[in-house]
Design a protein around this ligand. Structure first.
Ligand code: C2E
Ligand code: MG
Ligand code: MG
Ligand code: MG
Length: 284
């Protein structure tokens, strides 16, 4: 009886596994095609200084519009690209595109890009980024690299060299999705981060409550003492913006301010802000 049950389960999983494998292969092929045929786009989501309400940077977020399947989330294809190694080509393309767009923004506006562990481990990764910045005409101190702590779990040596080389060149670093994973304080102690981005699960969504507020306050207090900026991700309402500002977050990002928009959309947001500011100056 038991053997029969096991057999039944065995038969059930095999087709499921091969279906998943076939889907992955198909997506891998489609992604290669997408890289070659300009189906990918870089969009930009603003980060807002919560004191002044002004844009201080944009985060580059990759978008894929599949010709048949439509929009595919980066949460689906980035992990796949990491496994297959395609993340190197994809990441280089994102950095180059984003840096080119950022070079047209005012000097005080920074660009943030997400880098995955595989990208940081690639030979010559730091030099490649500096080369892309030079090509685009973007000063290194205008770039912020967002990494998650998964970077340190697998390979500290390469991560250390990569961060040291780029920190020396004045590139900034942000620790992304803080509060998920292990959130070990030792990373903050051992590596140089300019910003901590508190994961959006503490800001919006079902788990948010008095505990998340207490955690945000504690992280903000620690960040202030360490001279780091604290970013709250996933701000969807005015109330969240106000309470996160009160809790000590210095920067905010989320649909309340703006979704990720095209390069032209980012330029429009900056132009709109400039015209509002000049109206304000004239009025005063
Ligand atoms: P992330 O770096 O934490 O990016 C923030 C994600 O939160 C983005 O999702 C953004 O659209 C979403 N978001 C922003 N504001 C709100 C909000 O108010 N509410 C909600 N519910 N969500 C909000 P997206 O664009 O789907 O990207 C997901 C993840 O994929 C990113 O998380 C990042 O880890 C990765 N990713 C995106 N682009 C790239 C890339 O070019 N390279 C690499 N390596 N990873 C990327
Ligand atoms: Mg990010
Ligand atoms: Mg994040
Ligand atoms: Mg994330």
């Amino acid at each position: 009886m038991q053997a029969k049950e096991q057999h039944a389960r065995f038969c059930y999983y095999i087709p499921e596994m091969s279906r998943q494998r076939a889907e992955r292969k198909e997506m891998e092929r489609d992604l290669r095609c997408a890289l070659a045929h300009e189906e990918l786009q870089v969009h930009f989501q603003p980060l807002i200084d919560l004191d002044s309400g002004r844009i201080c940077s944009f985060e580059a977020l990759v978008r894929w519009t599949h010709p048949i399947k439509g929009e595919i989330s980066p949460e689906v294809f980035i992990p796949l690209a990491e496994e297959t190694g395609q993340i190197i080509t994809l990441g280089n393309w994102v950095t180059a595109q984003a840096a080119r767009a950022a070079a047209t923004w005012p000097d005080h506006i920074r660009l943030a890009v997400n880098l995955s562990p595989t990208q940081m481990r690639a030979p010559g990764a730091a030099l490649g980024i500096l080369h892309a910045l030079r090509q685009a005409g973007l000063a290194p101190n205008r770039l912020v690299i967002e990494v998650t702590e998964s970077v340190f779990l697998e390979d500290c040596v390469h991560a250390r060299h990569f961060m040291d080389d780029l920190t020396r060149a004045k590139v900034h670093f942000a620790l992304d999705d803080f509060g998920t994973g292990y959130s070990s304080l030792s990373y903050l102690h051992r590596y140089h981060f300019d910003k901590i981005k508190i994961d959006r699960s503490f800001v919006c969504g079902p788990q948010v409550g008095p505990h998340s507020d207490a955690i945000i306050r504690a992280v903000a207090c620690m960040g202030r003492k360490l001279g780091m900026e604290i970013v709250a991700e996933g701000i969807e309402t005015a109330e969240q913006a106000t309470s996160l500002h009160r809790a000590g977050c210095t920067l905010g990002q989320g649909f309340f301010f703006s979704r990720a928009v095209s390069a032209q959309g980012a330029q429009d947001l900056l132009d709109q802000e400039m015209s509002e500011l000049s109206r304000f100056r004239i009025a005063n």
